[in-house]
Design a protein around this ligand. Structure first.
Ligand SMILES: [Zn+2]
Length: 262
C-alpha cells in the first residue's frame, strides 16, 4: 500500500518523465477511479495543457497543469505510475492514460482500484476540506508533541490517523515504532517526553531513509523490521520471533521483547 515514501518516489518519477509535455488526450479505461469528475470532463480540461510541477501531501500527489488546474492522484492500495512509449503497450491495470505529444504515455495503474484520480482548483482548499493533518515530514518536534498531548489511544493509532499526521500507513508506522522501541499498543499518556522525542526522530529518519531507498524493501537495511515482518519472521535486533496483533484496525508486527509497553 503506497505510503509517504512510495508517493514521494511517484512524485520524483512524474517529475523526471512527464513534465512540460503537451497532453494530446486522456484515455480513461476505467472510470471507477475517477472522483468528482467524468472521463469527458477530465479529458476536456487537460487536453492541450502540460504538467508544470507537482507536490505531495501525505499520500496525495498533485500535478499542476498550466492554467492553474491540479490533477489529484491517490494510490489507494495498489496504485502506481508508469511512463512508456506507445499507447498499445499500456500495462494491464492502466486505469487512466495521459497521452503526450511525443507519443509517450503516463499510466495511472491500479489493480484493485482503491485509488483516486480527480481535479482540484486549489490544493490547500482540498487538504482543508479533507481535514488532512500536516505532512509527516513537515512536522516540527513541537507540533508533533502537541498532536500527541491532545489525543488519547494507542500510539500507533495516532501515527495512522491521516487527520492528525498525513502520510504514514501500516508498514511505516510499525517501522517507526520498532526504531523508537515502542510497543504499537502503548497508550499515549504513558509515553514520556524523552520517548516522544525519540518517536519524532524515528519518524523523520525512517521516512527519509525509505524515500532514499526508493521505497524498495530490497534496498532497505536488514536491521529494519520490513524485510522480516510476517509469519516466522525474527527480530533483527534480538532474534526472537516477531509478534502480530490487531491495533487501530490494522495488523501490527513488532518484537514483544524489544518494544516495551513501559
Ligand atoms: Zn527484538
Amino acid at each position: 500500500m503506497p505510503e509517504l515514501p512510495e508517493v514521494e518516489n511517484f512524485k520524483r518519477y512524474l517529475n523526471a518523465t512527464s513534465l512540460h509535455q503537451r497532453i494530446i488526450s486522456v484515455d480513461v479505461r476505467d472510470a471507477y477511479v475517477l472522483k468528482s469528475v467524468t472521463a469527458r470532463e477530465l479529458a476536456r480540461r487537460l487536453k492541450g495543457r502540460r504538467f508544470e510541477s507537482s507536490c505531495r501531501h501525505g499520500k496525495h500527489l498533485f500535478a499542476r497543469a498550466d492554467g492553474d488546474l491540479w490533477l489529484r492522484l491517490h494510490f489507494g492500495m495498489t496504485g502506481s505510475l508508469r511512463y512508456f512509449k506507445g499507447r498499445g503497450k499500456a500495462p494491464n491495470h492502466a486505469r487512466v492514460l495521459f497521452v503526450f505529444a511525443n507519443t509517450h504515455c503516463l499510466a495511472f495503474e491500479d489493480q484493485r482500484k482503491f485509488g483516486e484520480v480527480g481535479l482540484v482548483k486549489d490544493v490547500d482548499e482540498f487538504l482543508k476540506k479533507r481535514a488532512l493533518g500536516p505532512d509527516a515530514l513537515d512536522l516540527s518536534l513541537s507540533l508533533f508533541r502537541q498532536i500527541f498531548e491532545k489525543h488519547r489511544g494507542a500510539v500507533k493509532a495516532i501515527l495512522l490517523n491521516q487527520k492528525l499526521i498525513a502520510g504514514i500507513g501500516n508498514i511505516y508506522a510499525d517501522e517507526i515504532l520498532f526504531r523508537a522501541r515502542l510497543h504499537p499498543a502503548i497508550e499515549i499518556s504513558r509515553v514520556g517526553d524523552k520517548a516522544l522525542t525519540k518517536l519524532f526522530r524515528a519518524t523523520h529518519y525512517i521516512l527519509r531513509k525509505a524515500i532514499a531507498a526508493k521505497a524498495d524493501v530490497n534496498q532497505m537495511p536488514k536491521s529494519w523490521l520490513l524485510p522480516h515482518r510476517g509469519k516466522d519472521g525474527k527480530c533483527p535486533r534480538c532474534g526472537r520471533k516477531l509478534s502480530s496483533a490487531r491495533i487501530g484496525g490494522r495488523t501490527a508486527w513488532f518484537c514483544a521483547h524489544c518494544q516495551k509497553k513501559m
